[in-house]
Design a protein around this ligand. Structure first.
Ligand code: ASP
Length: 589
């Protein structure tokens, strides 16, 4: 037996027991004729003690132990003289009678501490060492716990966990596919699933009316801001349901997770907001509702004052920053530069200070009287001491810029506490999104999302304005300004699916080649169905109070899509290339 106990287990009540522990040496230090060793495993740290005077040989072995040596140590549990209240085993130490070095270790390239001295790149290269640190260990434990509770909840509701293949034909989720060349079918390629979307719909046709899977998805995207080329979804689908059924069931799942994992009660029922409201008031389809500072439409008040910047814009909007009227010239200049960054994209920023004495000071005083400014302040429900920030442009663009500014001001004012959880559903998304560049419609969610039954007439219309008005029973689960999941009620009729492909500019031949299987399946008795998927990595990250998902994935890739530990992707050898009938046009090395 390598160990009788773990390093996180022993307490004062164990005093007198003979125990054997195994683990990694966190540190060994000599002090006043004794050697102390902190021994670490997944469960915690236990202090071991060796006395120089009574056990000189053992003390010599102990003092030679290096960081991260793997040892086995036997001794007697004793209550400590000076207790350490910071760790659960802090009341005891083990007075050793024997040490066996199971494996020596090179000095690790960075410290295995909660705050490591290693840079991100270095830690990524030695991910297995980084994973020994508490923050990552706790993230892995949290992730396990969450997956376990998801399975508990869904199993309890009658869901079946069914695996779907990875080597498939493309699923359109809006990203590029990763492709895998086939050796047995030379010149042909599999695609890795961007999600199991079509399979879960086929499972509905097959009669498995409640399906879920905690499943890897693959999307070949440019990895801006915290995305991973492979990530995990909690993917779900149900038959004979309406939107309400889906929302209730998965609201229940999130409520369950919050309660059992974090002991947090979230509002019941959870708030809902239409996509249009979210855009108008928060300038985002993933509103952070932890704080107010919502967007006000001041187009009417702003137009007609000979200020051409406003007059030439479709929309003028404002947010009211509470208590910020004291912002200095310098701070306002800095904020103006901030909104001009390409990530925000504004041309400039207009401010209106509502001074404590009731007067106004603005950057457009030449065009707006005190009364005009008071009108704007009234629309914004501003109080003396507030600062009103104004942006303008085409409606949705201006709203999005204001939404970005709102989040920035929320950050600056400390209104975005990660442990204050404010979830909501965003519902009633438009079905389609027009893209000026390619001059065609794209599915806002994906091409299997059904138009709302009451919008069918518009869906079959040839007019762009009609098609733009079609809404879907599509929904997103949003938490603290982050989209954690989304789904929809699906198309289940071959005819409607064909029309959808037509609207998306996919020719019937192309649709047949790419999606013939699903259009066909719909001809054999497809039940009405709907579902959704949660981004599991991100759900874990937010539950852990973190913004980045990387720490919640055991072996993530960097933002160039590389695994720097494996050094992947990498070239393959000529024989492999030949077998696959591939020829590279890139010179490697
Ligand atoms: N397949 C969708 C996605 O990956 C989710 C869904 O509609 O169920 O976003």
């Amino acid at each position: 037996m390598y160990r009788t106990h773990t390093c996180g287990e022993l307490r004062a009540s164990d005093a007198g027991k003979t125990v054997t522990l195994a683990g990694w040496v966190q540190k060994a230090r000599k002090m006043g004729g004794m050697v102390f060793i902190d021994l670490r495993d997944r469960y915690g740290i236990t202090q071991l003690r060796v006395e120089d005077s009574t056990q000189p040989e053992l003390a010599a072995t102990a003092s030679k132990l290096g960081r991260e040596f793997v040892i086995q140590a036997t001794g007697t549990v004793e209550e400590r003289q000076s207790k350490n209240s910071k760790i659960p085993t802090g009341d005891i130490e083990v007075s050793l009678t024997g040490i066996t070095v199971l494996n020596e270790a090179q000095t690790p390239p960075f410290t295995i501490e909660d705050e490591s001295d290693g840079g991100e790149e270095l830690r990524a290269r030695y991910r297995y060492l980084d994973l020994r640190r508490n923050p990552l260990k706790n993230a892995m434990i949290l992730r396990h716990r969450m997956a376990h509770e998801v399975r508990n909840y869904l199993d309890d509701k009658g869901f079946l966990e069914i695996e779907t293949p990875f080597l498939i034909k493309s699923t359109p989720e809006g990203a590029r596919d990763f492709v895998v060349p086939s050796r047995m079918n030379q010149g042909q390629f599999y695609a890795l699933p961007q999600s199991p979307q079509t399979f879960k719909q086929l499972l509905m046709v097959a009669g498995y009316d409640r399906y879920f899977q905690i499943v890897r998805c693959f999307r070949d995207e440019d990895l801006r801001a915290d995305r991973q080329p492979e990530f995990t979804q909690i993917d779900c689908e149900m038959s004979f349901v309406e939107q309400e059924d889906v929302l209730n069931l998965f609201e229940g799942m999130m409520r369950h997770l919050f309660k059992v994992v974090l002991n947090v009660d979230i509002p019941n029922p959870m708030p809902r907001m239409t996509w249009y409201d979210a855009m108008d008031r928060y300038g985002s389809d993933k509103p952070d509702i932890r704080f107010g500072m919502t967007i006000n439409d001041i187009t009417r008040e702003a137009h007609g004052h000979d200020f051409t910047v406003f007059d030439s814009c479709e929309y003028v909007g404002a947010i009211c920053v509470p208590g910020a009227a004291e912002y200095t010239r310098k701070q306002l200049d800095e904020l103006t530069e901030w909104v001009k960054r390409p990530q925000v994209g504004a041309k400039g920023l207009v401010y209106i200070k509502y001074n404590e004495d009731g007067t106004f000071k603005s950057s457009v005083d030449k065009f707006f009287s005190q009364e005009d400014l008071a009108d704007i302040a009234c629309v914004c429900q501003a109080d003396p001491g507030d600062l009103i920030l104004v942006l303008c442009g085409p409606k949705r663009k201006a709203q999005t810029m204001l939404g970005t500014l709102r989040i920035e001001m929320g950050n600056r004012l400390g209104l975005r506490d990660p442990f204050n959880f404010a979830p909501l559903w965003v519902v009633d998304f438009p079905l389609l999104e027009w893209d000026d560049e390619t001059s065609r419609f794209y599915a806002m969610h994906h091409p299997f999302t059904a138009p709302k039954p009451e919008h069918m007439e518009w869906f079959y219309s040839d007019k762009k304005e009609d098609l733009e008005r079609v809404c879907a029973n599509a929904y997103d689960f949003v938490l603290n300004g982050t989209e954690l999941g989304g789904g929809s009620i699906r198309i289940h009729e071959a005819e409607v699916q064909k029309r959808m492909f037509e609207v998306l500019g996919i020719s019937s031949e192309d649709a047949e080649v790419k999606f013939g299987f699903i259009i066909n399946a719909f001809k054999f008795g497809a039940p009405p169905h709907g579902g959704l998927a949660f981004g599991f990595d991100r759900v874990c990250a937010l539950f852990g109070g973190q913004e980045t998902i990387r720490d919640f994935i055991a072996f993530p890739k960097n933002n160039m899509g590389r695994d720097v530990m494996l050094d992947a992707p990498s070239a393959i050898d000529d024989t492999q290339m030949e077998e696959l009938a591939l020829r590279s046009t890139v010179q490697n090395g």
